[in-house]
Design a protein around this ligand. Structure first.
Ligand SMILES: [Ca+2]
Ligand SMILES: [Ca+2]
Ligand SMILES: [Ca+2]
Ligand SMILES: [Ca+2]
Length: 609
């Protein structure tokens, strides 16, 4: 075997081995929780849908642009509100503002419905709260028919939307966003209402902001807090886990107040200059507050911020104001699990845009910079960029465009998983990579002015490679009206057919410790005598089977994907007794490359002389 070919094979093997090792590292049925490779871990993502219309391949991937996340009191559910694009087969795709309720145990989407928030649909700061018995959620809407913010409840399945109360305290002022709500576990709704009033004497606006406590049984409402001042817009609100305090942010400041307003509020922390404190929450052990620091200022119309440059710093601080420190960047809206102290959910900014992705994060573990939520070896960002589903560990192994490269291989080679011939040179991506070893991204790999397709045609070999649904690779190789077939459960790293020496070489690899199988079908006239055939591994004989089926010889060989170099020689027609005609001299070389952690190449060579 030429040295250049061997080094190319080693290089490809190393690439494929690292991918394969990652691929097999995480079991598919991993529990719905952050893991070593996925911390944070995506909470929800719609499936990608692939279908054909004649020759046209449709690959439609969904996305989520999350705005708000809330836990149910028992920690059983996570609610995600945001814009969700879900491709549908045989019906119209949906692109709606939705409530997604995910079961935290299983990761299964338990409820999924659209919710009419009226004028608050596009709101960047929005809050939802579960009822204590987890049968309903509370939300704020500003119906298009009536310009006043109102609190509604709705069942978890999206039915029975019911008006609860108006948020405003007076009817003459201008209500300002955000409209914040929370629920105590003893049945009180806690919410803000912030109004601007223009002061004729001073010529300036002034905020009057309130925190109200509303009894869900008796509908009685009591005032917890009232604030007056130019920047006294309440931007964050959360009831403490023990239900006796409220944390709130106003302008750039973080405060705690007794839930009955009996004690004066306590200032805990302040955001940096020209930043607003928002999205406050309590850790479940009630020892710390976390909040986001967002670029912006308070104006008479509410929060003035460039939503495109949030760069939210998520900050933690002890309740006495000490130990203030940054805990996470690149997202906002951190909400802590009510049952597990180290777990939180947050909206993370996406990799290519300012969309927000819903993530679960475990602060007891190292944070993975580029998480792989489904553990398939491809990062979420790469899956999303390539139209795959970052929560489907099986899609990397599929071959959407049926060109012989799996979706994973297309990502690694930089081709596109929806196009069979990326460089348009007449050879499909799979045939370029696995048969002719040409560059699937260059029409003329060696730069001699003759395209890869024309050069391949000149060798007289034509090939078709496909990935079977169960992951096996099948190759059809045609040379001089002879058709050979190879199918294997290994990854095929290369096929070389040398028409001068009449040698066919196939290199394959697979994860360490697994068994590889190759079936090779060759026209019977290319094999001399079945009984004289030998196969060796590491230059030692290995068991194999060979049978004549019709006009073909079928070779079956099993091998272990391991660190060892395996070489097999198949020598048929001892003495040349059966040699006939022009097919008298054959070398059929089958090389099986075995990859493992060490990426050692192994060869099975089948020869006939
Ligand atoms: Ca992945
Ligand atoms: Ca493909
Ligand atoms: Ca091509
Ligand atoms: Ca090419």
């Amino acid at each position: 075997m030429p040295k250049a070919w061997l080094s190319a094979l080693i290089a490809i093997s190393i690439i494929a081995a690292s991918a394969l090792l990652g691929f097999y590292k995480v079991p598919l049925a991993d529990a719905f929780a952050p893991t070593e490779n996925a911390n944070p871990r995506l909470i929800y993502w719609p499936s990608t849908i692939v279908w054909r219309q004649g020759d046209f391949l449709n690959i439609e991937h969904g996305w989520v642009n999350a705005k708000s996340i809330a836990w149910s009191p028992s920690g059983r559910y996570l609610l995600i509100y945001g814009r969700v694009y879900e491709p549908q087969l045989y019906s119209l795709d949906t692109d709606e503002w939705k409530v997604l309720i995910v079961n935290v145990e299983s990761g299964v989407l338990a409820y999924n419905f659209s919710l009419d928030l009226g004028q608050l649909e596009w709101e960047n700061v929005i809050q939802f709260a579960f009822s204590p018995d987890e049968t309903k959620i509370f939300y704020v809407a500003v119906p298009n028919t009536e310009w006043l913010p109102q609190i509604f409840s709705v069942k978890l399945d999206g039915t029975d939307s019911t008006f609860v109360t108006y948020m405003n305290s007076t009817s003459v002022s201008s209500m300002r966003r955000p409209f914040l709500i929370d629920v105590t576990n003893d049945g009180f709704l806690v919410y803000t209402s912030c109004e601007t009033v223009y002061n004729v004497t001073s010529g300036q606006y002034n905020y009057t902001s309130y925190i109200w406590k509303y009894n869900l049984i008796t509908s009685e409402k009591s005032l917890v807090l009232q604030l007056e001042g130019m920047d006294k817009l309440i931007t964050g609100l959360k009831v403490s886990p023990s239900n006796n305090k409220i944390a709130y942010t106003v302008g750039s400041e973080v405060w705690i107040v007794d839930i009955n307003g009996a004690e004066p509020p306590i200032n805990i922390s302040s955001a940096s200059d020209r930043k607003i404190a928002m999205f406050v929450d309590w850790t479940s052990n009630e020892t710390m507050l976390t909040y986001s620091e967002i670029n912006g200022t308070i104006t008479d119309y509410g929060i003035s911020t460039n939503w495109d440059s949030w760069h939210g710093n998520m900050t933690a601080v002890n309740l006495d104001g000490t130990n203030k420190h940054n805990i996470l960047n690149g997202g906002y809206g951190l909400v802590w699990s009510p049952v597990k102290a180290s777990i939180a959910a947050c909206v993370r900014f996406s990799y290519s845009s300012l969309d927000g992705y819903p993530y679960l994060i475990d602060f007891d573990m190292p944070i993975t910079p580029n998480p792989d939520s489904d553990g398939d070896g491809i990062s979420d960002s790469s899956e999303i960029q390539n139209s795959l589903c970052p929560l489907d560990p099986t899609d990397v192994d599929m071959d959407y465009d049926e060109d012989g490269l799996t979706n994973l291989e297309e990502i690694n080679y930089g081709t596109w998983l929806g196009s069979t011939d990326f460089d348009g040179d007449g050879l499909s991506d799979g045939v370029e990579v696995k048969v002719f070893k040409t560059d699937p991204k260059k029409a003329d790999t060696d730069g001699d002015g003759v395209s890869d397709g024309l050069e391949a045609a000149a060798t007289g070999l034509s090939a078709f490679v496909s990935v079977l649904p169960e992951g096996w690779i099948r190759m059809t190789l045609q040379w001089s009206n002879k058709t050979m077939y190879v199918s294997t459960n290994s990854s095929v790293l290369g096929v070389v057919f040398n028409s001068t020496s009449m040698a066919l070489s196939i290199s394959v690899g697979g994860p360490d410790g697994t068994t590889g199988i190759a079936n090779i079908t060759i026209p019977i006239e290319m094999v001399n005598s079945l009984s004289a055939v030998q196969v060796t591994l590491d230059n030692q004989p290995i068991d194999f089977q060979i049978n004549q089926v019709g006009n073909n010889a079928q070779i079956y060989v099993e091998y272990h994907h391991s660190f060892h170099e395996l070489t097999a020689h198949l020598q048929g027609g001892v003495g040349g007794a059966d040699l006939t005609g022009i097919l008298g001299y054959w070398w059929i070389i089958l090389s099986v490359a075995i990859i493992a952690a060490a990426s050692v190449i192994a060869l099975i060579i089948i020869k006939r002389r």
